[in-house]
Design a protein around this ligand. Structure first.
Ligand code: ZN
Ligand code: ZN
Length: 839
């Protein structure tokens, strides 16, 4: 019996090879009908025997092209007609509007094979791409996604490229950035005086320059990188000097997976993530001992850090630079000065980077949107609680399974960008059987091995933006402007929350301009007219000031830590109330004090502050963030008065007496010493007392180095004590017993590893204790962990495991960062649930 069904597919299904894919699938299944692009995706009509049509619908999402991201499939019956074949219908101009633009994607295997094939017409062509790979988001200034609205508009396709573009069966059918040696963008080599150099082979010249220890600015996908040989001490030192970046780790780009294994220990999940189509920077644990020495990665690449940020080549240009086997690893760091946004235009790069780079490897395909590299890590933990859909296999895979996994991860980015059970296939009446099976199989695996792994975003940018975070309910259209540091913005439409790329620290003018650009661009390409603007309560944040100028719009102020917990709830599809651990450095409290060590009982509507660290003064305000010894003195004076000066604490020897006296006076008279309950500042104080460091050169350095001191096989049976003091309707966490024991250990010269472990374990103990008390008083059993402190892997792993072992359901941030990069998602959720937004 013949049937005809109409199938509406929504999501990222245009410009990703979807129509040729459906064309092939329909022909394979011997079905007739049509496909066309529509305003929300594609509409397919297929006609044929019932079983074949049903089979087609089942296979449709399962075998979709790698870049497709299906958010909804709706099928309806139609009367049969006289179709004789399957046809791709032309789309009307006004229809192809509201579909999602794909993120930028790493060069695919097919293109790589062609690029390294001397017989291919694109042999060594640095801009090779197809519908399965290449630039998208960063070259598109408006919708619909079509060549004239991209920076490829400047290049007219040659006859051969045009033929590929027009052929539905070609891999380059409607590949907007399609190009070749004859018609596409070209590389150029420039010196740092702004002179173009005659170069027969710019790639070879750049390799030579890097080999001789020079620094080259390389135009990438979302901006310029500064490249240097990561094995050369001189090159790394030179880069640090020029970039004025003292200790903050650099990421390294490595030719291939085998080369990564020379200096990092990698799990299967990490290998799969490194090779995923998003190609993020993955934080990997460095090998120690012989292996590490043999690798010769310079220590100054990531000083004092047990982890290294590693990524694989993701553009044809990167592959060409690294393919020759000349480099074990290249430092590839954002082309900017300290915290400014990454440079994207050639002129801008010449102007801003001329003092940093010796040469510029540029090209004439403009980057229209800046987009930094994304940074992720794999969280691996003991799992004794039932978790939602696990995102990665838990045990070690054999080779065959590994290949299958890598393939499926590649195939379906919906699984890889950590999705949720109600995510991509939620509205599809009959989710494909194989997906269901795989999910349940993995769940069993996870339970039996008591171990789980998750990809966690630390900086969600290139490769992931503008894929939305899928929400479990529709929300009004809201613009959230994020925080001050690591800023992102968020726009919502229906069940989609679109986070912008990493905007950065708004303190400088360049970033602030980029912040406004990002808002304009996202509103334009997503066609969202927000009804409300959500902002952080901190009156000094630039994002807050920007929002408060918009007097013609309803505004919703959202408390910082409330937003963190709401962000964690949103990506985990939680409703109701949860116990929320919001731990970070700085967030403006409703009492005007600086919060940061907060345990909330929270829902989207509101929150109660149920526990927090005791308030201590932050002498010098922001200066205390740069100089952890100030917090050490503040805590010690708080607990012991001036007696601490007689305790023989070595860290005090490094501080000039007049400086110390001045600080003590400031504390006594409360001059420029705002009160804080910040967890980040507590880490600073402990790091300073323990002798880790007294001054930092980048954000959270003290906390990071204190964490690194826990070592690789930390024991959890030693811990400092904290005291829980009941107060009116909340608990105050007193650090007094902790500091008493710490000071004692320091005076006995106990090893740093022991101090660090005791501190971390003590925190875990007191947080578990608080969770237990709150469970008793509220009957809540779900715990959400958010805030920048959860970038601390040791603390996160321990707390997740311990709470899980105690029967709590624990939720972390995975799809968006736990730090302030994830704040904007929480802000929209809180604003969406406020009945009467404040004017
Ligand atoms: Zn390709
Ligand atoms: Zn061409």
């Amino acid at each position: 019996m013949q049937v005809r069904r109409q199938i509406e597919v929504s999501g990222i299904v245009q410009g990703v090879g979807f129509r040729p894919y459906i064309y092939r699938l329909a022909n394979e299944s011997h079905l007739v009908g049509t496909i066309r692009n529509t305003s929300s995706g594609v509409t397919i009509e297929v006609q044929g025997p019932r079983a074949a049509v049903e089979d087609f619908i089942t296979r449709l999402p399962r075998e979709a092209p790698p870049l497709a991201r299906i958010t909804e499939i709706v099928a309806n019956d139609l009367p049969c007609n006289g179709d004789r074949e399957f046809r791709i219908l032309a789309s009307h101009g006004d229809e192809a509007v509201r579909t999602l633009i794909s993120p930028d994607v790493a060069t695919c295997e097919d293109c790589l094979r062609e690029m390294f094939d001397p017989q291919d017409r694109r042999y060594r062509y640095p801009f090779i791409n197809c519908t399965n790979c290449g630039p998208r988001f960063t070259i598109t200034h408006d919708i619909p996604y079509d060549r004239p609205r991209t920076s490829m508009a400047a290049f007219k396709m040659c006859a051969t490229c045009q033929a590929e573009y027009d052929n539905p069966l070609d891999r380059r059918f409607h590949a907007q950035p399609n190009a070749c040696w004859d018609c596409g963008p070209r590389l150029e080599l420039w010196d740092n005086d702004g002179q173009k150099l005659e170069s027969g082979d710019p790639i070879a010249d750049v390799i030579a320059a890097l080999n001789s220890g020079q620094i080259v600015a390389v135009k990438g996908l979302g901006g310029f990188h500064l490249a240097a040989d990561a094995t050369s001490a001189a090159a790394v030192t030179l880069l640090r000097e020029r970039k004025r970046r003292v200790g903050k780790p650099f990421a390294v780009m490595v030719p291939n997976l085998t080369a990564v294994q020379d200096f990092c220990q990698i799990s299967d999940a990490e290998a799969a993530t490194l090779q995923s189509i998003q190609r993020p920077i993955v934080l990997l644990r460095r090998s120690t001992g012989e292996d590490a020495r043999a690798s010769k990665i310079n220590d100054d690449v990531a000083p004092g850090n047990n982890y290294l940020g590693v990524f694989l080549p993701y553009t044809p240009l990167h592959h060409l630079l690294l393919a020759e086997g000349k480099f074990k690893a290249l430092v590839m760091t954002s082309g900017n000065m300290s915290e400014e946004p990454i440079a994207i235009a050639n002129d801008e790069a010449f102007a801003r980077l001329s003092s940093l780079a010796d040469y510029f490897l540029v090209h004439n395909r403009d980057i229209l949107l800046r987009c930094d590299d994304s940074v992720v890590r794999i969280l691996s933990y003991a799992s004794s609680f039932s978790d939602s859909l696990p995102h990665l296999p838990a045990r070690a895979l054999n080779r065959k399974e590994r290949q299958a996994f890598a393939k499926s991860a590649k195939k379906n980015s919906g699984e890889f960008v950590p999705a949720t059970p109600s995510g991509p296939f939620a509205s599809f009446a009959e989710p494909s059987r194989s997906l269901r099976l795989r999910a349940s199989e993995r769940k069993t695996q996870e339970k039996s091995s008591n171990h789980a792994e998750k990809v966690q975003q630390l900086r969600r940018s290139r490769g992931f933006v503008p894929v939305p975070v899928f929400l479990n309910a529709e929300v009004p259209s809201i613009l959230a402007v994020g925080g001050e540091l690591k800023n992102t913005i968020c726009l919502t439409k229906g069940k989609h929350a679109f986070l912008s790329q990493h905007v950065g620290d708004l303190e400088n003018l360049e970033s602030y301009k980029f912040f406004e650009e990002a808002i304009d661009h996202l509103q334009k390409v997503l066609e969202i007219r927000p009804e409300t603007i959500a902002y952080d309560l901190h009156p000094d944040y630039f994002s807050t000031k920007w929002a408060l100028q918009k007097t013609d719009m309803p505004l919703a102020g959202v408390q910082h830590h409330h937003a963190h917990i709401a962000s964690c709830m949103a990506e985990n599809h939680l409703d109701g109330k949860v116990i929320g651990f919001a731990l970070d450095g700085t967030g403006y409290g409703t009492d005007g004090k600086i919060w940061g060590g907060e345990v909330l009982v929270a829902g989207y509507e509101n929150f109660e502050r149920t526990a927090h660290f005791e308030y201590v003064p932050m002498p010098g305000g922001a200066a205390a963030i740069h100089e952890p010894w100030r917090m050490a003195v503040s805590y010690l004076a708080h607990h012991f008065g001036k007696d601490f000066l007689k305790m023989g604490l070595p860290f005090l020897d490094g501080i000039a007496r007049p400086k110390l006296d001045l600080l003590l006076q400031a504390l006594e008279r409360r001059i420029n010493s705002p009160l804080t309950s910040s967890c980040g500042r507590l880490f600073d104080a402990v790091a300073a007392v323990a002798g880790v460091l007294q001054q930092v050169t980048y954000e959270a350095q003290a906390a990071i180095e204190l964490e690194m001191a826990t070592g690789s096989n930390g024991s959890d049976d030693v811990a400092y004590g904290f005291l829980l003091l009941p107060e009116a309707d909340s608990m105050i966490i007193s650090t007094r017993p902790m500091f008493e024991a710490l000071v004692e250990d320091v005076s006995q010269r106990r090893p740093l590893t022991e101090l660090s472990l005791k501190f971390h374990n003590g925190l875990v103990n007191v947080f578990v204790q608080i969770a237990q008390r709150l469970r008793e008083s509220t009957s809540l059993n779900r715990a959400c962990l958010s805030g920048g402190t959860f970038n601390n892997l040791y603390l996160t792993t321990q707390l997740v495991s311990r709470l899980g072992a105690d029967g709590f359901e624990v939720f972390t941030q995975n799809e968006v960062p736990a730090g302030d990069g994830g704040l904007s998602l929480g802000q929209v959720m809180v604003a969406a649930h406020q009945n009467t937004p404040r004017k």
